[in-house]
Design a protein around this ligand. Structure first.
Ligand code: SF4
Length: 239
């Protein structure tokens, strides 16, 4: 599957698939786990002032249930948009439904992309829900309604740069490649792993019990993962 839409449609999974040697001997919430999430470096946290919401430049695939949830709250989301966005719900989704077993309903639809001024992200296009401050209007609307900030947001937006590909929880290297702050060739300093940066998101996505399994596995193998991450960081510094 492709979580964050990409105009180049780069899959997070190598053509030959994720090497079996990288798959952890655990499953969480029915998903296999690619150890790359523990060994891939990442910036301290997602800092919109530095990245400009670059990961939203090509929109996202949302489960049809997530689309319906967004449309149910269209008035609140439209009210959170600014003058650079289009509050007409007819313009929010691209109309092409794809089949993909990584989505709960088995089907997903892309959010629309619109032209926008190039900010620090360097992209001249962005998801229809991205506002001029590079905030997500779906998230802003949920907060305005007094709800959890991720209550109405597509799951793959919450999780990025982690994704689910063919039943494997993994790092979305294809989409990350293009990002000039947090991506593998970006300017941001890698201070810990993707997993460490994304604990809160994973806990939200997996639930406390399943997240606990992931956390236990991480701690059991932390030394090995850190050694691998440091090796990866050295490669990155020489890019
Ligand atoms: S829905 Fe929100 S978080 Fe997801 S790509 Fe669009 S602007 Fe970004």
């Amino acid at each position: 599957m492709y979580s964050m839409l990409d105009t180049n449609i780069q899959s997070p999974v190598p053509e030959e698939g994720i090497p079996e040697a990288r798959i952890a001997p655990i499953t969480v919430a029915g998903l296999r786990v690619d150890e790359l999430i523990f060994t891939q470096g990442f910036v301290h946290y997602c800092d919109i002032s530095k990245c400009g919401g670059g990961c939203c430049h090509s929109g996202v695939y949302a489960d049809l249930g997530e689309r319906d949830e967004i449309l149910r709250h269209a008035d609140a989301i439209g009210a959170a948009m600014d003058e650079t966005q289009d509050a007409d719900t007819e313009t929010w989704f691209d109309g092409e439904i794809i089949d993909d077993s990584d989505f709960p309903s088995g089907q997903a639809i892309g959010t629309e992309v619109m032209d926008r001024d190039s900010g620090v992200s360097g992209f001249t296009e962005g998801c229809v829900f991205l506002d001029k401050r590079h905030f997500c209007s779906i998230q802003v609307a949920a907060v305005n309604a007094g709800l959890h900030r991720w209550a109405w947001k597509p799951k793959y937006c919450i999780l990025f740069p982690i994704t689910v590909a063919e039943g494997v929880l993994t790092y979305d290297d294809g989409h990350s490649e293009d990002l000039n702050y947090c991506g593998p060739t970006g300017s941001g300093e890698y201070v810990h792993s993707v997993y460490e940066a994304m604990r809160e998101e994973l806990r939200y996505f997996l639930g406390e019990t399943e997240f606990g399994k992931l956390e236990a596995y991480y701690h059991e193998n932390r030394e090995r993962f850190e050694a691998e991450r440091m090796r990866n960081n050295l490669v990155r510094l020489s890019v």
